[in-house]
Every structure is written in structure tokens, then in C-alpha cells.
Design a protein around this ligand. Structure first.
Ligand code: PRT
Ligand code: ZN
Length: 283
């Protein structure tokens, strides 16, 4: 069987989460900082550790079959690859930002102005779509200092907390693109079964992350009220307790409405609520 290759970031913001995801998929490999390739001992897969800039093209050209990279890099490099799975980490927004004291008030105010960025293709598409002609200045790092140095009137960069903008006297002006890490695949990939197996494993890890396993006790007369509040994977398991008239309910609750749901369950008569993390959900 042909060994698949997956490219992930060697070091940087996506490295740790990419390694963690693959390990949670049950893949055994060494994560030496010095090596470029690491074989997986229990799955026909090799992991290539690369700069994120190189990942989209390596996958497009088939040097790697799969890759984990920010959507922003795929958009910027304009490669032809398959989007296989959004991964829920590395979330950020690409924004145009202007100095706090700028007199630019609306998008058309960017006409004729200089915008510094490391993402000229994404910015260029956005400006064209909005009929704006600006002078795009390509800078490969520390874009946020360019207005202060008099090199540009605005910047276009990745923002997550907004702290970098703030500490450089800049304010967000327009959101252009949301991004998160994504699993991409080569367009002519042959080994479909193996790739599907990997995607299934990734999805089971992602599903588990979004949910908590909950066990609670409730009296039989309140049981239906509690069940009505529970979405569950299918239906909750109900187990009799030694104390007559009481049962334990086992179920799964989505992380996003977790606290709201717990307080509703308490009001409905649930007691002794135990919440546990889930490792994987295989459907
Ligand atoms: O060495 P290599 O080339 O592989 O890495 P890199 O330095 O080019 O990229 P890296 O590790 O910084 O980012 C990898 C990917 O993480 C990006 O392509 C995005 O998809 C994603 N990501 C998520 C981010 C951020 N959040 C982020 N905050 N990438 C960069 N930043 C930077 C941003 O450029 C700015 O300088 O963080 C600063 C802003 O952060 P806040 O929190 O102050 O707003
Ligand atoms: Zn990079």
C-alpha cells in the first residue's frame, strides 16, 4: 500500500495543535524538532514538517497528499486543492487597519492610499471587488509598524486578539476574511480509502471536542422533563439506581450550550451532575 504524506507546520502557531490532532487520531510518531519527515509507526503515513508558506503548493503539486494550513495561506497562494475538513483551530480574521488618528472614514477613502501587507493577493481581490485602487505594498513581516514609519496609510494583516493593532496605535477598519486551520488534499489523490479513514478519525476527535459526557441522577417523576432537555447522540441511557424511584441518566451535551443546559437540567430536578471530557465519538 502506498504511504500517504501529510504536510504540517514545522514550528509556529499551527504546529502544536496539528501535532495534537494527529496524535489524538491514534497516530504514533516522533515529533523531533530537527527532523523534516517523521514516519507514523501504526498507519501508512509520513508527516512532513514544513514552513506554512510551502504547504499549499506542496499539496497542489502532489509532493504531499494532504496538508494542514490556514485558509488564508490557501487563498493567498491561489492553489488548486481540495478542502477536506475545517479543523476549528488557528482562528483569526484578516483585517484592514488604520492609524487611530487617520482621516479615512469609509472604504472609498482607501483610494490612492498605500496599504502594507503580507497578503497582497487576498487584499487585491477585496479592493477590486469594491472598486478601490490602492497602492499595495508587500512586506513580509512586522506589517503593523509600517504606518508609524510613514511607509503606508493602512495595513492589511491577521488579527486575533487585536493586541498588536492596539499597541501600534492602529484600529480595525474592515474585516476581509475569516480563517481557520483546514485539512487540504491533492486534487488527484489516489488513496481514497486511506484518506477517508484519516478524515473519519479526525472528525471523531473534533466531534468529541465539541461535546461533554454528562451523568446525572433524577427521580423517576422528573425523568421525562430531563429527557426532553437532552439532545444526546441518539437517546440517553437511563440506568436504575439502588435507591428506589431514582435513575442515572448518561448523555452527551454540546459544549457551546453547556452552561445554559446544565442550569435547565438542575431546574428540572437533576442532581449529582458529573461532567467528563470525551476522547472520541465514532458514528
Ligand atoms: O515559520 P512559518 O512560515 O511556518 O510561520 P509564520 O510565522 O508565517 O506563521 P504563524 O505561525 O505566525 O501563523 C500560522 C497561521 O496561524 C497563519 O497563517 C494563520 O492562519 C494562523 N493565525 C491565527 C495567525 C494568528 N492567529 C495571528 N494572530 N497568524 C498570525 N498571527 C499574527 C499576526 O500576523 C499579527 O502579527 O499575530 C499578530 C496579531 O495577533 P493579535 O492577537 O495581537 O491580534
Ligand atoms: Zn509563513
Amino acid at each position: 500500500m502506498k504511504t500517504l504524506k501529510i504536510a504540517i507546520q514545522k514550528s509556529g502557531r499551527l504546529n502544536e495543535k496539528s501535532v495534537e490532532l494527529l496524535k489524538n487520531c491514534g497516530l504514533n510518531f516522533e515529533n523531533y524538532k530537527s527532523s523534516l519527515i517523521s514516519p507514523v509507526s501504526n498507519f501508512p503515513l509520513e508527516i512532513l514538517f514544513l514552513r506554512d508558506d510551502d504547504i499549499p503548493e506542496y499539496v497542489q503539486d502532489g509532493i504531499a497528499d494532504l496538508g494542514i494550513v490556514g485558509e488564508n495561506m490557501i487563498e493567498e497562494t491561489e492553489v488548486e486543492v481540495n478542502y477536506l475538513q475545517r479543523l476549528g483551530f488557528g482562528k483569526c480574521t484578516l483585517k484592514i487597519a488604520i492609524p487611530n488618528n487617520s482621516d479615512i472614514t469609509d472604504l472609498s477613502g482607501l483610494n490612492g492610499k498605500a496599504i502594507a501587507t503580507s497578503y497582497p493577493a487576498i487584499l487585491g481581490k477585496f479592493l477590486t471587488k469594491n472598486n478601490i485602487k490602492s497602492d499595495i505594498r508587500m512586506i513580509s513581516g512586522s506589517v503593523e509598524i509600517s504606518p508609524g514609519l510613514g511607509l503606508s496609510d493602512a495595513i492589511f494583516d491577521i488579527v486575533s486578539t487585536g493586541g498588536t493593532l492596539k499597541s501600534n496605535g492602529l484600529k480595525p477598519f474592515a474585516d476581509v476574511m475569516q480563517s481557520e486551520a483546514i485539512l487540504i488534499g491533492n486534487k488527484n489523490i489516489e488513496n481514497q480509502d486511506l484518506i477517508q479513514e484519516l478524515i473519519d478519525r479526525i472528525q471523531s476527535v473534533l466531534r468529541a471536542k465539541e461535546t461533554k459526557y454528562v451523568v446525572l441522577n433524577v427521580s423517576k417523576e422528573n425523568l421525562q422533563k430531563v429527557i426532553d432537555l437532552l439532545p444526546g447522540v441518539k437517546s440517553p441511557s437511563v440506568v436504575p439506581l439502588a435507591e428506589g424511584g431514582w435513575v442515572a441518566v448518561h448523555t452527551v451535551i454540546p459544549e457551546r450550550d453547556f452552561w445554559g443546559k446544565i442550569s435547565q437540567l438542575k431546574q428540572a430536578g437533576a442532581q449529582g451532575i458529573v461532567v467528563m471530557p470525551i476522547e472520541k465519538i465514532i458514528v
